[in-house]
Write a protein that binds this ligand. Structure first.
Ligand code: UDX
Length: 433
């Protein structure tokens, strides 16, 4: 690949894209307005916690295929392919905030010195890529193509996902751009990764439809879990048996305290909003959004019932991140649960292997933080598991037994062995079983 590529934005998507594409043999400039971030990246320090990321970062810095810069203008001018990987957070209305995408688009237009391909990696509402085309055309006569290439990586598995995608979606109208994109992704094409070539709007919708469908699947199994608890069924066997039907599949049927993170909540809201804007019924997605909020409250209520019935004053919470292997607290169910518990003036002692700094920003001194899970559990009347970290799956239960004041465990992720715990004298409250 002779073309120079620049990736604008060094958040989750942008940074992993920059590192991954350079590992494929491309020459990449990662660009961000945040100078501190860029200085750290040049030294091989990642701004996010993500398994494997620093190893790949260092390796590609060393090979000189990957560089970082604050100079967005120059990086654009030097590059033929420009990936946009900036954030598209939710506005209060639920609509995606496109201000960063628009500002980058304008900067690209100003620096369009020769033919370039602008590739949108950020998740953007249907119609955004066309808007980018119109906006650049209104500012310059230079030729360019816009390509929609949504990213499906999961936090905590971002590196693995980038190198082993289930499929690569490329919305692209021009043959010239297609040839260059084929080259950018040559490694994946050689590896037989399926590619879906389509128009811009289809690519945009594939991303939203996929995330909304997965969010729906989780929400569905959460409601089945709540029903299982009432009727004495085991949701894991229900999910397993459902998944044996190849049309359903077992993935994303794990019950829990509700989905969180930087994508599902934001993307479901944005999809509902697109429906509102275009007057298309998106009632199913809207119900999923509502049911997921209810799920977080349902879990808080289940915990509340437990501590009210047992006159509990001190609660230990293990896990704050929205899922394991990330330090991300965005829209984490733990935020809703802890805020509910705080209404009752409980003493809340918490531990999380990675997200305590982010939790401190959210809760301040309203809860007590412990670097070690055993210190968090010490003297607690009730232990609650909110995130499925491996550290907690294999926790030394004998030690927990000695440290706790009470004997009740609420496991919102079903990661512990209830039978074993009950034999040891614990009262174990699982999810949907
Ligand atoms: C998701 C998508 O999977 C990814 O393709 C997209 O690009 C970004 O959004 P991510 O948010 O990193 O990735 O995490 P994911 O593993 O999908 O989990 C999302 C949420 O759903 C988490 O809160 C997780 O705990 C929850 N979840 C997931 C369940 O409750 N049950 C499941 O079976 C799966």
């Amino acid at each position: 690949m002779s073309e120079k590529i620049c990736v604008i934005g060094t958040g989750y998507v942008g940074l992993v894209t920059a590192i991954g594409l350079s590992d494929f043999g491309n020459h990449i400039i990662g660009v961000d307005v945040d100078t501190a971030k860029i200085e750290n990246l040049k030294k091989g320090i990642s701004p996010i916690y993500e398994p494997g990321i620093e190893e790949y970062l260092l390796r590609n810095l060393k090979s000189k295929r990957l560089e970082f810069s604050n100079d967005i203008d120059e990086s654009i001018r030097k590059s033929t392919v420009i990936f946009i990987g900036v954030g598209t957070p939710s506005l209060k209305s639920g609509e995606a905030d496109l201000s960063q995408v628009i500002s980058v688009t304008d900067t690209i237009a100003e620096n369009l010195n020769e033919y370039k391909i602008i590739v949108t990696k950020s998740t953007v509402p249907v119609g955004t890529n066309q808007m980018i085309i119109d906006r650049i055309k209104s500012k310059t006569d230079k030729t360019f193509d816009v390509v929609s290439n949504p990213e499906f990586l999961r936090e905590g598995k971002a590196i693995i996902d980038f190198f082993n995608p289930d499929r690569v979606i490329i919305g692209c109208k021009s043959d010239k751009a297609r040839k260059i994109m084929e080259d950018v992704y040559r490694t994946l094409r050689i590896n037989q990764t399926p590619f879906v070539w389509c128009n811009l709007e289809t690519a945009e919708l594939i991303k939203y439809a996929s995330n909304a469908f997965l969010a729906t699947k989780i929400t569905f199994i959460n409601q089945i879990a709540n029903l299982s608890e009432k009727i004495g069924a085991d949701v894991h066997l229900v999910a397993k048996a459902m998944g044996m039907d190849g049309r359903i599949s077992q993935k994303f049927l794990h019950p829990g305290p509700g989905y969180g993170g930087s994508c599902f909540p934001k993307d479901t809201r944005a999809l509902a909003n697109i429906g509102n804007r275009l007057n298309v019924d998106m009632s199913l997605v809207k119900e999923v959004i509502k049911a997921n909020e209810n799920q977080k409250l349902f879990v808080a209520e289940k915990i509340r019932k437990c501590y009210k019935n047992n006159n509990i004053k001190t609660v230990a919470i293990l896990g704050l991140a929205f899922k394991a292997e990330t330090d991300d607290m965005r829209e984490s169910p733990s935020i809703v649960v802890i805020n509910e518990l705080l209404k009752d003036n409980l003493i809340i002692k918490v531990n999380d292997p990675k997200s305590m700094d982010n939790a401190k920003i959210i809760f301040g001194d309203k809860i007590k933080y412990f670097e070690n899970e055993f210190d968090a559990v010490k003297d607690a009347d009730l232990l609650i598991i909110l995130t499925e970290w491996n550290e907690y799956r294999n926790i030394d239960i004998n030690r927990i037994k000695k440290l706790m004041n009470g004997n009740i465990i609420i496991d919102t992720r079903n990661i512990l062995d209830g039978k074993e715990l009950e034999k040891m004298g614990f009262k174990y409250i699982a999810t949907g079983r």
